[in-house]
Design a protein around this ligand. Structure first.
Ligand code: NIG
Ligand code: FE
Length: 420
């Protein structure tokens, strides 16, 4: 049979395949490794996987890649980023090094609000160009699917501008891009004395307009999400519920930033609404870990944030996995809490400080991350009929991905069967 591409002789072909659905609890260690493995690709889709001998006999490939001595694995899925913004927060970072606190800076009108001011002023072409370069950096490091949030506009016009920037990236970049409306990221200055008025604006105007815009541009199966920063100094549980419920009514899938600094009750609320993921979870209590384990939601952990904020406290990934949760990892790239463009640095931190095994960290950045975006049936693992998003890595063993750090081991990125 004729195919477009055969990658063969891989020291390890890590499939991350398994039963349908995310991997939870002990299954997070299963990588589905084929030694001396090969993968056959046609029309951008995976045709077959198996031993190099067998596939070389079966398929007649237009192009073959010898992956001897190398690791072949699924493209990484980054399920939580704030990639579109103007300016930086380098001065604020220096203040934090001298003792200032993330939430205090936000309360004083800095933090997210300083990025909001820069992003409102920036022309969309500039936002696209800057985010395009960031997405290039992520893709070179193995990311083949990326979620991107709004949340630095915080007005009807500026949130829609951010969505259009995200759509422009989706159209022009090889990486698949999925949008999330995070209008409820912070209370904008116009509503400082009336935060509920801002929630009214989100519910009555921003969500309906954003959903209508998404309908008008989309013909594909990919979802759009609605998210909220449920935290002291941002939005309380009732306000967060109003936002997620309104989003849900318009077909957006709920996500939440919860329990980053304070456990306000955002997790049970979001789970009641059928959230696809709960993100951060740095201070989540045992009973909410148990609730997460019983739900379909993915626990998305963002340890680059703790690292960047200089904290030695991390989300209790071991307790989450041992409770039976499906854990994913993300960069959370943003200018304030995680100016990070490396999925493998996140894995490296997760292994060392959260005691994930290297296998758990890889599943967390592939198949479980795909489920955090509700597209685990299409990407995140190497299985027949799935999208051919594949990495060739310059190491013979998957553990090198998290073992080595400060180096990009990704040698080749294949997106829908094409070399990027
Ligand atoms: O996921 N915590 C809230 N939102 C982002 C940070 C955004 C920012 O500081 O600009 C996060 O960490
Ligand atoms: Fe975030």
């Amino acid at each position: 049979m004729r195919i477009d591409l055969l990658i063969h002789s891989a020291a390890q072909l890590v499939t991350c395949a398994g039963p349908v659905g995310p991997k939870r609890g002990p299954a997070m260690c299963d990588l589905g490794i084929i030694e001396d493995g090969a993968i056959a690709i046609g029309d951008g889709v995976i045709v077959a996987l198996g031993s190099s001998d067998e596939l070389r006999r079966t398929y007649d490939a237009r192009r073959a890649i010898d992956a001897a001595g190398k690791l072949v694995c699924p493209g990484f899925v980054d399920p939580h980023t704030h990639l579109v913004y103007a300016g930086d927060r380098v001065a604020e970072w220096e203040m934090k090094l001298c003792g200032a606190n993330y939430l205090d800076i936000l309360t004083a009108g800095g933090g997210i609000l300083s990025t909001m001011r820069a992003t409102r002023e920036a022309p969309p072409e500039q936002l696209v160009a800057q985010a395009h370069r960031r997405l290039d950096a992520l893709t070179r490091r193995g990311v083949t699917t990326c979620e991107i949030k709004t949340g630095y506009g915080l007005s009807v016009a500026a949130e829609l501008k951010m969505l259009r920037v995200i759509a422009a990236l989706a159209q022009t970049h090889a990486c698949d891009v999925l949008p999330t409306l995070l209008a409820a990221h912070a209370v904008p200055p116009e509503f400082a004395s009336n935060p509920d008025g801002y929630i009214d604006l989100i519910v009555d105007e921003i969500i309906p307009k954003a959903a209508a815009w998404f309908q008008s541009i989309t013909h594909h199966q990919s979802p759009m999400f609605v998210d909220v920063f449920c935290e002291k100094g941002a939005f309380d549980v009732d306000q967060s519920r109003r936002v997620l419920m309104a989003g849900k009514q318009f077909g957006l899938l709920p996500k939440i930033h919860a329990d980053q600094f304070n456990a306000l009750g955002g997790v049970p609320m979001a789970l009641e609404l059928g959230a696809v993921s709960c993100d951060h979870l740095d201070v989540t209590m045992a009973e909410d870990r148990a609730r997460l384990a019983r739900s379909n939601a993915i626990a998305v952990l963002l340890p680059a944030v703790n690292f960047h904020l200089g904290s030695t406290h991390f989300a209790d990934a071991r307790a989450l996995i041992d409770a039976g949760c499906a854990v994913a990892l993300a960069t959370d790239h943003n200018p304030g809490s995680a100016p990070c463009l490396s999925p493998t640095i996140v894995m490296a931190i997760a292994c060392r400080y959260q005691k994930l095994t290297p296998a758990e960290a890889l599943n967390a950045f592939t198949i479980n991350a795909a489920h955090a975006l509700a597209i685990g049936d299409r990407v995140g693992s190497l299985e027949a009929d799935k999208q051919a998003d594949v990495l060739i890595v310059g190491a013979p063993d998957y553990r090198h991905l998290a073992y080595q750090f400060g180096v990009n081991l990704v040698e080749m990125v294949i997106k829908r069967g094409e070399i990027v």
